[in-house]
Design a protein around this ligand. Structure first.
Ligand code: SF4
Length: 276
């Protein structure tokens, strides 16, 4: 069976390199490929979470980000030169019917863009998964690659932008182009979600916009972002508690702005809210 190759768009035997350890590719030959913002709007309108993951995984709507993710995947960081790179958008990952959502910014060029799993393969992810394991939301403390057996308990991770941006900074246009993927995933998960952790202000802003798009009532003035600050948001699917959390970036963890007890406390609070 031929599939659209993520690096070239040509039909290829499989976008997943043999022996890479990745599970079966979410995309199949018939998976439609978004080539622009209007396509993303149209293709995000699916009620099937797995189909949404597949469509995200082959999206080519943002030319700058497509070029960057593929350039990094071909060039590779020296320390990962012997590894296959995913080089594609990163779908949401975790429970299909989550009680907790964890919303971040975007995958890292040599992290998620390499491993194919959000937050996996970089220092931020090391911090986050270790904390998830400490509080009982992950079955192991490390996330090495997409086939490493890691499982989350009742939690799912989603990113506001699905391709690694240069300097970790998507443009406003790229953020807006990718928003329909994020918003649809959020909407599909809302019926079971009790708590949403926002890692950093970018994720928080995207989340509030997504909740508003899903019919949620956002208080005015808009509640500010802050670490361990909670806001209750009413949505057509019920109330959810939005929890702010400083991003586990090296900038925050090296400086002590975010400590392990601080991160654990937010995750534990979410776990209690979600009755997990
Ligand atoms: Fe598609 Fe989002 Fe990647 Fe842009 S950032 S190419 S919309 S997946």
């Amino acid at each position: 069976m031929k599939l659209p190759h993520p690096l070239t768009g040509e039909l290829f035997d499989s976008p997943v390199p043999p022996g890479s350890g990745w599970p079966e590719d979410p995309a199949v030959r018939r998976t439609p490929v978004a080539g622009g913002a209007a396509d993303v709007v149209r293709l995000a309108a699916t009620e099937d979470l797995h189909e949404l993951e597949a469509r995200v995984s082959v999206c080519r709507a943002c030319s700058r980000l497509v070029e960057w993710r593929e350039e990094v995947a071909v060039g590779k960081r020296k320390s990962f030169a012997d590894q296959p790179y995913w080089g594609r958008p990163i779908p949401g990952w975790g429970a299909a019917e989550p009680r907790i959502l964890i919303a971040g910014l975007a995958p890292a060029a040599n992290g998620g863009n390499r491993t194919g799993r959000v937050f996996t393969g970089d220092r931020s992810g090391d911090w986050l998964f270790a904390a998830l394991h400490r509080v009982g939301l992950a079955n192991q403390p490390t996330s090495e690659h997409a086939g490493d057996g890691l499982q989350l308990t009742g939690a799912r991770m989603i990113a506001a932008v699905r391709c690694a941006p240069p300097a970790n900074k998507p443009t406003p246009e790229e953020r807006d182009t990718c928003a329909p993927w994020f918003r649809q995933e959020l909407e599909l998960c809302l019926p079971t979600t009790q708590a949403i952790i926002c890692l950093g202000k970018f994720g928080y802003d995207a989340l509030l916009a997504g909740l508003a798009a899903a019919g949620g009532t956002i208080p005015r003035p808009r509640p500010p972002f802050g670490h361990a600050v909670e806001h209750q948001i009413t949505t057509p699917h019920g109330d959810v508690t939005v929890l702010g959390c400083y991003h586990p970036s090296q900038q925050n963890t090296f400086t002590g702005k975010l400590t392990e007890p601080m991160l654990d406390a937010v995750l534990t609070r979410a776990k209690i809210l979600a009755d997990l």
